[in-house]
Design a protein around this ligand. Structure first.
Ligand code: DAH
Length: 340
């Protein structure tokens, strides 16, 4: 019996070497250790042994069983580890592969110009005020001291909704709203869309954008106006930029001026862009708020004075970004917009 048991052990270990998968390993376990396996078969003859031999053989058989079992288990473990490794290798995902990029877009050049201007004026203590695009004739003209025969009130210049309402022709009516609502002292800006009956060309569009500013307080003078606008122009376009004030007429300011700025292309040297005069023309209009306008809004014009200014945002964006055709700003062609 001892020989038979030893034989089982060496056979089992020998077969183990040739095992190549878990199924074969399981078959091997059944063949040697199963209920009808080799070891059980030998142990059936136990009864034929003498009582002295029985415990010795029993012990040997148990040792051989656990030896084979251990061997099977460790082979099984090795196989499982190898399988796992192979699976990991095969199912590896390359997370570095480039994904489809999401185009999240960015601000329109006009909006970035407005935001930049707003930030600048906020840093100087101005408050942002918004006004409606459909305005009353009263706010757009009357309260701003426009005489009733002023050409810009003409039907051919303005989009009227009815006799009392129109698409605002400028952002100046927001001054009226702000003064009526908040009174003096006041420091506000307002940007937005404005409308005029203009034919479209490279620099004109029936819809365009303005930014309006207004300061009302005691002892406000033209010096405050010039200083404020100088700071703003230098911040926006560069320290070496100069401003030039030309007398002009606006019904709502007295005196009024138009402001020229050093040519953005050559900073005043003279170049083809400015016809060698060194100035970019008419970037904004400004002046000291007309006493009639203050009074129209219930502000004591003996106590308070103010200055105001208005600029075309489209023109500023065009100068700033070197855009030579205003239509490009409104066509929403991505090939154009992606450049900013
Ligand atoms: N509203 C004027 C325009 O549309 C621009 C302007 C000029 C606004 C002078 C002002 C100002 O506030 O003081 O042409």
């Amino acid at each position: 019996m001892k020989e038979k048991l030893e034989q089982i052990r060496s056979l089992a270990l020998k077969y183990m070497d040739d095992i190549s998968n878990l199924k074969e390993l399981d078959d091997l376990r059944i063949k040697f250790l199963g209920k009808k396996g080799e070891l059980t078969k030998v142990l059936r003859d136990m009864g034929k042994l003498s009582p002295e031999e029985r415990p010795v053989m029993g012990k040997l058989a148990n040792n051989i069983r656990s030896e084979i079992e251990e061997e099977i288990n460790s082979t099984k473990e090795q196989m499982q580890t190898k399988l796992k490794e192979r699976k990991l290798k095969e199912e590896k995902i390359d997370i570095t592969i480039s994904s489809k990029s999401q185009n999240i877009g960015h601000r329109h050049p006009l909006l970035s110009t407005i935001k930049e201007l707003e930030d600048l004026f906020i840093s100087m203590g101005f408050t942002i005020v918004n006004g409606p695009e459909i305005e009353t004739v009263e706010n757009n003209f009357e309260a701003l001291n426009f005489p009733s025969n002023h050409p810009s009130r003409d039907l051919s210049d303005t989009f009227y909704v009815n006799d009392d309402l129109l698409l605002r022709t400028h952002t100046s009516p927001v001054q009226i709203r702000a003064m009526k609502e908040m009174g003096a002292p006041l420091r506000m800006i307002s940007a937005g869309r404005t409308f005029r009956f203009d034919d479209v060309d490279d620099t004109h569009s029936p819809m365009f954008h303005q930014l309006e500013g207004l300061v009302v307080d005691e002892n406000i003078t033209m010096a405050n106006l010039i200083h404020t606008l100088d700071i703003f122009i230098k911040e926006l376009f560069g320290e070496d930029m100069k401003t030039r004030y030309r007398p002009h007429h606006f019904p709502f300011t007295e005196p009024s001026a138009e402001v020229d700025v050093s040519c953005i292309a050559c900073h005043g040297e003279g170049c083809p862009a400015c016809n060698y005069i060194g100035w970019s023309m008419e970037l904004l209009g400004c002046g000291m708020v007309h006493p009639n306008v203050l009074e129209n809004c219930g502000i004591d014009s003996e106590k308070y004075t103010g200055f105001a200014f208005g600029m075309g945002v489209d023109r500023i964006a065009m100068v700033k970004y070197g855009i030579d055709n205003i239509r490009l700003l409104f066509e929403n062609d991505n090939r154009f917009l992606e450049q900013f």
